[in-house]
Design a protein around this ligand. Structure first.
Ligand code: NDP
Length: 299
């Protein structure tokens, strides 16, 4: 079974546009997302453009602040602070990666946790790691208690859509980044899986991955996960976004054709996790709007 993130994301967006229309009617304004883009990295510019299109599609107002690559950390921080105190802004997203001279964790920590649509600020990370039910499928609907990071939330939603319940399963996560690997591991733990997190120092990787009922690959290495590393019938979620060095075509971390023949369910790249990341961002923006108290935020 191929899990189409594109289709799932489209149905989430259709539901969100109805919800946003209802919010506008009830509260007199639409949720608003502000994005800060620093520098001129073409991949980041494309992601931001796709986010703008997605916001327009569901009726979320969006503003993008473009700062030059040589912007100082103080300039970025003062933009974040201005958006924190702007009552009409519900969500703030700083597009990563930032240029090397700007400390990402410093900037992320400056975002108000109430407006942190990426769920990466220290307060929201702490909640993810201390609240056991956080982000379980069904609970991460339009207004969970706090924003859960978008890509990991998207992975969980795809498992749920494919009818894969992590409870009691062996899950293996390849990658331990703060953005993907670690939060998806915690969400899988919350959902009752026994989780192993692998990284570049892990020994006997294939031995570990071939015991996984659920395998999440988030390492950024084209076609790294081969069929011999995958258990028959496993659910495989491919987060990787890479360019195939031979064909120049976009591909994931999983050797798709060979693994698809063995897996029970698998996400493609493109059209898998990527569209879900944006759908979860939209959901998180609506969640921030609802939690902030829409009536107050027009003040
Ligand atoms: P990072 O580079 O931050 O992390 C990569 C992780 O992979 C690290 O933990 C690293 O280990 C591990 N790793 C690298 N090589 C190996 C190896 N040979 N064996 C085992 N583990 C290894 O990447 P991100 O987490 O930010 O992103 C991962 C991938 O997901 C990228 O392709 C990225 O483009 C994609 N991505 C996709 C998104 C989407 O929406 N679809 C969103 C975000 C990311 P160590 O810690 O030891 O260095």
């Amino acid at each position: 079974m191929i899990i189409s993130g594109k289709e799932v994301a489209n149905s989430i967006k259709a539901l969100l546009s109805e919800e946003v229309a209802g919010l506008k009617e009830k509260y007199g304004r639409n949720p608003k997302l502000a994005v800060i883009l620093v520098g001129d990295d073409p991949a980041s510019a494309k992601y931001v453009h796709n986010k703008e299109l997605a916001c327009e599609r569901v009726g979320i107002e969006n503003l993008t602040f473009r700062l030059p690559a040589q912007a100082t950390v103080d300039q970025v921080l003062s933009r974040v602070e201005a958006l924190n105190s702007d009552p009409s802004v519900d969500g703030i997203l700083v597009q990563l990666p930032l240029p090397g001279h700007i400390c990402e964790s410093h900037v992320i920590a400056a975002i108000s946790p109430d407006k942190d649509v990426d769920g990466l600020s220290p307060a929201n990370v702490a909640r993810l790691w201390t609240e056991r039910a956080a982000g379980l499928p069904g609970l991460n609907s339009a207004a969970p208690a706090f924003p859960v990071p978008c890509t990991p939330a998207g992975c969980m939603r795809l498992l749920s859509e494919a009818g894969v319940d992590p409870d009691g399963k062996n899950a293996v996560v390849l990658g331990r980044s703060n953005i993907v690997g670690l939060p998806v591991a915690k969400l899988l733990l919350n959902a009752g899986a026994t989780v192993t997190v692998c990284h570049s120092h892990t020994k006997n990787l294939a031995e570990i991955t071939s015991k996984a009922d659920i395998l999440v690959a988030a390492i950024g290495k084209p076609h790294f996960v081969t069929a011999d590393m995958v258990k028959s019938g496993a659910a495989v979620i491919d987060v990787g976004i890479n360019v195939d060095p031979v064909t120049g075509v976009l591909c994931g971390d999983v050797d798709f054709d060979a693994v698809a023949a063995k897996a029970g369910a698998i996400t493609p790249v493109p059209g898998g996790v990527g569209p879900m990341t944006i759908a979860m961002l939209l959901e998180n923006t609506v969640g921030c709007f609802l939690r902030r108290g829409p009536a107050r935020s027009t003040a």
